[in-house]
Design a protein around this ligand. Structure first.
Ligand SMILES: Cc1cc2nc3c(=O)[nH]c(=O)nc-3n(C[C@H](O)[C@H](O)[C@H](O)COP(=O)(O)OP(=O)(O)OC[C@H]3O[C@@H](n4cnc5c(N)ncnc54)[C@H](O)[C@@H]3O)c2cc1C
Length: 416
């Protein structure tokens, strides 16, 4: 069978949506080119574990050439797609041009600083391996600096860690950071007075965990406070110069660390496509996930804008991207068979977020629960969702070690 005769399907982005689309097309009569700027698939939900020195990058990332080694109808290229010509049907990648019959754009999102340039310049973010590793280096360095700082106020500023954004990423980061300090750093720095250390979680609205039910929002706050995280609701940040946060009401907080988790927008490439964009720069797609006027183009995941039956935008979640990938792969095959594509309907699998050791909040099958049982589900689900048996095993061993010995293996400060 000569694969070259099959329609050429380019998938841009090998995150949750792109990787799942490629896998689902394994037996389809298409020749696939998968493109990503990285040579690995990254499990973003565990990025915060890199930042808090719980895991190393190779445990949550997996080489794409290994993942697709056996998929005969797929070729992988590492490169940056810089432009797309929808009329002539080609993509530009690192100066070369590649024609397609079908195109799947699964390019994901990037951090949204809402135009606050000083915050963008001076804060840390959790979006890729590089940003998570620099956050880890910085956090650990603050303890080193604080350990030799004699001035009380300067030491306090070094040991004040502010996380902005009360969604799952902010909550998980603040909870895990507080535990790293209490269980691990306190042992590494026996002279350190824990009273000098502050972990603050700031949120602009009056609640954490926006799309969670009230009982879980409350449980989240209680769990965070039990781990010594100071939760500041209704708190808007207006400036951060790298040393001092200024709040909307003029209050100032001295800190060297601001971790920004308060916003996501579609990947930068979407702004250069000349297509209709909606909130957060996401590209408006048809219910079938096709680009209007271009039925051969599918846009999925964080980069796509589609509303639920209730008129709400679909959340920027891995589960949405993966379910859309399934429908996209099916729709490409339906079109090849001369059938009409099907609309996408999101099936909400529930909500789950961890707040450090033995603590998580979950909403599954319409039931809310929190605490140890939710935490066990979180651990098992995240181990299961990681790519590759080796990664699963290593992460399991790592977490078991940390759990039983109150330790964290990766407290390395590396130079970038
Ligand atoms: C810290 C963090 C925690 C999260 N936690 C959760 C969670 O617990 N549960 C959950 O469901 N979701 C979570 N999410 C959201 C989830 O990761 C995203 O919704 C999901 O990754 C979106 O999938 P995607 O395929 O659209 O994009 P991605 O998975 O982001 O993949 C996009 C890919 O496109 C590539 N790319 C982008 N532009 C180009 C270009 N121009 N050229 C070449 N390649 C390009 C990128 O390198 C990337 O590999 C989290 C996100 C973050 C950042």
């Amino acid at each position: 069978m000569n694969a070259q005769k099959f329609p050429h399907t380019i998938i841009v982005g090998a995150g949750f949506g792109g990787m799942e689309t490629a896998r689902r097309l394994v037996n389809a009569p298409v020749q696939i080119t998968l493109i990503d700027r990285h040579n690995y698939h990254l499990f973003q939900p565990l990025l915060y574990q890199i930042a808090i020195a719980g895991l190393v990058p190779s445990q949550i990332a997996y080489p794409l050439r290994t993942i697709f080694r056996r998929q005969k109808n797929l070729t992988f290229h590492m490169g940056e797609v810089t432009a797309i010509d929808f009329e002539s049907r080609y993509v530009k990648m690192d100066g070369s041009v590649m024609a397609y019959d079908y195109l799947v754009l699964a390019i994901g999102g990037q951090t949204n600083f809402f135009g606050m340039s000083t915050v963008e310049q001076n804060s840390f973010q959790l979006k890729n391996i590089e940003s998570a590793v620099s956050t880890r280096n910085h956090l650990l360095e603050m303890f080193e600096k604080a350990s030799r700082e004699v001035d009380v106020d300067r030491r306090k500023a070094l040991l004040t860690f502010v996380v902005v954004g009360g969604g799952p990423t902010g909550v998980e980061t603040a909870g895990a950071l507080a535990e790293l300090i209490t269980h691990v750093m306190a042992k590494d720095y026996p002279q350190m007075d824990l009273k000098d250390v502050h972990v603050l979680l700031m949120e602009a609205t009056d609640h954490l965990m926006g799309n969670y039910p009230d009982e879980l929002r409350k449980a989240t706050i209680d769990l965070l406070r039990s781990k010594n995280v100071e939760v500041l609701l209704n708190t808007k940040l207006s400036n951060y110069n790298g040393r001092q946060i200024t709040l909307g009401d003029g209050t100032q907080i001295n800190t060297h660390t601001l971790i920004w988790t308060a916003g996501v927008q579609a990947a930068e490439l979407t702004n250069r496509l000349g297509v209709q964009q909606a909130a957060s720069g996401r590209v408006r797609v048809e219910p079938t996930l096709q680009l209007p006027q271009h039925p051969e183009v599918f846009i999925i995941g964080d980069a796509a804008y589609l509303e639920t039956g209730e008129g709400q935008p679909l959340p920027m979640l891995a589960t949405v991207a993966q379910q859309q990938a399934k429908v996209t792969a099916k729709n490409i095959q339906r079109i090849l068979e001369g059938r009409s594509p099907e609309p996408f309907h999101y099936k909400d699998p529930g909500l789950l977020a961890t707040i450090g050791r033995n603590a998580a909040v979950a909403r599954i099958w319409g039931l809310s629960f929190s605490g140890f049982s939710a935490w066990v589900i979180w651990v098992l689900l995240h181990i299961y969702r990681l790519i590759g048996f080796r990664n699963r095993l290593v992460v399991l061993i790592n977490w078991a070690w940390d759990y039983f010995f109150y330790d964290s293996q990766v407290r390395l400060i590396t130079r970038e």
